[in-house]
Each structure stands twice: as C-alpha cells, then as structure tokens.
Design a protein around this ligand. Sequence first.
Ligand code: PMT
Length: 401
Amino acid sequence: MYTTLKKKILLGITGGIAAYKSAELVRLLIKAGFEVRVVMTPSAREFVQPLTYQALSGHRVYTDTFDGEASSAMDHIELARWADLMLIAPASSNSLAKLASGYADNLLLTLCLACKKAVAVAPAMNQQMWANPATNENIAQLKRQQKLIWGPDSGEQACGDVGLGRMLEPAAIVALVKTHFEPGKLIGKTVLITAGPTREAIDPVRYISNKSSGKMGYALAWAASQAGASVTLISGPVCLAVPEQVTRIDVSSATEMRAAVIKNVNQADIFIACAAVADYRVANVSDQKIKKTAKTMQLNLSRNPDIVSEVTHLDNKPFTIGFAAETESLAEHAQAKLERKNLDMIAANLVGDDRGFDKEYNELLVLWSGGEKKLALASKDDIARQLIDLIVNCYIFKNKT
Ligand code: PMT
C-alpha cells in the first residue's frame, strides 16, 4: 500500500548522538515504500556527515536556508509543501524548545513553521534533560500545537545514564509513520472517556479530592481521536487543553460525572473509565464555611455511585475498559476488579511513590478475559496509543464472535 501511495517524509535531523540511528531510519523508511528527503540542523552535521543520508536517500541533503545551490532544488516553501509528514528524529531538547516557541533560525525550524501537514518529533536527550520542567513545558506547548510526540524510550543512554530520553528505535518510528497514514481503526465509532479527579465538597470553600492530573485520560482521548473515533471526554477539574476534535464536558463531583456518563453512554461504542472517582462524598455538605471551633472534627461520608459498574450493567452496555490504581498486589486487585465490575478489560497501574498520578509517563498491566499484556514504561501518549490498539483488537474480536 505504501509503495503505491509513496507518501513523502521530510526527515529533520538535529544535533544529538542518536543522529547515527537516523541513517537506519532513512533506510527503513525507504524500504517501507516512503519517499524521503533529509534536512539537517548545523549541529546535526557535527555528528554525522550529510553524505551519509544523501547516499541512503538518493537525494541531496538540505542544510542551509541561504544555500546558493538551492535554485537547482526546492526552496524551503516548496519543500514544506512537498512533505506529507515532517518527522524530526532525533529531536534535541534545544530544537524542541525552539520549535515550541516558533523560532526559525535554521532551515529545519523554518520548514516546520511553513509546513501545513503533521509534524512529528522523536525526542532524544539525557534523562535529566527530559525530566527537566522546562522540557516538560516545551512538550506540553508542542502538544497544544498538535505536534505528534513519538517517544522517548527508556533504557541505557549514550552517556551511561539509565531512564527515559532515548530516541525510539528506527523500526518503532517507521511503525508509527505507517500507522499515521493508515485509515483510523475507530472511524465511525464513538468513544466516551472519563478523566481527572472528582471534587467532593465539604463546604463552599473546601473539598476532598485526589492527585489525578487527567494526563492519562486526555492522552487516551487524543489517541482515540487519532484513530478516527468521535470522542467525548468527561473531565474532572484539571489544567489541560482539550485535544483537537474532542468534545469535553466539564464536571466536578462524582455525582455530576455519573450524570454526564449516563446521559452520553447510549451513543458510545466504547467506554473508558480513566477518572479517579472519589469513592465517598461528604454526607452533609455545609452551606456556610465551617468555623474552626472544636479541636477535632469528623466528616460523615456516604458511598458514591460506582459509575463504571453502573455502565456495565446496562442492557446495551458499550465495550467497557476500567482502570485500577493500586499501591500493592497489582495483578490480584486488577483481576478482582475486572470480575467484580463486569468489565471487558482493565488497565492497572501502580500509584504512589512517584508513580502514576500526575507523571508524564506510565506503565500498565492490561487484563481481559483470555489475555493479558504489559505496556512497558513510556510517555502517557505512547501508552495511550498502545492501549487504544489493544482495545481496538479486543473490541473487533468480541464483535466478530
Ligand atoms: O490523571 P493522571 O495524573 O494522568 O493519573 C492517571 C491515573 C493514575 C488516575 C489513571 O491511570 C487511573 O488509574 N485511573 C483510575 C483511578 C481509580 O479511581 O482507580 P480505582 O481502582 O479506584 O477505580 C477502579 C475503576 O472504577 C476506575 O475505572 C474508576 O474510574 C472506576 N470508578 C471508581 C469509583 C467510582 N465511584 N466510580 C467509578 O467508575
């Protein structure tokens, strides 16, 4: 399919040791039937000579905005128009920062600004640099600009450190490029997702809540939308931008979340319950701010409705995926929840001790009747993409049998 379509990939290479892997990336992309042109930043040339990519791609390598030879080739606007996808691999922290801020001080960045098609980046840097709040903020900004963030991978790094920051392997990047051009597997399907925490009021100024940031649920909404689904996201209070083409319904308490789910679930083919819903609410919410008169104070709590269980007991229940947030015995608790809540699938994650909640990355143990799969530590976007693939396969299988 790719041979006949000959999709055009403009591969940007920035300065980083992973630039040597991009030679293999060029080879694999061409082998998969893509047309490839390469653009390098000045610092990328410190790592690998343009001639390497020229020999592999069969085309001259673009390096300079003011290249005298450019009249014989495409200028930067033409080149940006030529591409079906711009892929920056490796994407250094410096280039990501500049891209996020709209800099155009080299040819590659200028092309990114001029490109109307999708721009994907495969970050590659030291794990401390990846963990730096400034990098986090740049990645968040790139996501808001609808850039595709592919990776990074975790493992041993060129500098000897171990952690998240390695560029994805070339074969994994080629697989993502292929998926990018595949027609969405969820076209025509409606997916309902809950995300974030709920807030249970104590009085007009105080509430009980939890540490959920919404990042996992929002990543799932994005991945389902990328797969072609029409997505409704029922969100507790979080500070995240809604992914493009996703409809968000804002709620605060578990009771409000339940009402929004019940109102929308009839239209859903798939329901993913990722929200960290409070199990209890305050029985008697005070109308006025509670005064600190006594030394101790007791709150009476009532059980909240179990939203996902209510959905799985509907006559026309959608294919339903629950989450399990556990601090111990992950597999056992997840299996028990899968059965107790009558779920089609459960995605279990360890939380606490700097894991799960409000992190950029996650790892999941996914269970369903007749199967299980571990999704290794990766960015929440990558995990979401993999989980959506798994859901699609199980959903299609269930509907065939
Ligand atoms: O938001 P992030 O910061 O990115 O963090 C992601 C996450 C850790 C919140 C997410 O990955 C996750 O684990 N979400 C589920 C959290 C949770 O409430 O787990 P639980 O084991 O308590 O609940 C089991 C399932 O029942 C969940 O699908 C939950 O949505 C659902 N539930 C729980 C209580 C309730 N009253 N109604 C429900 O529907």
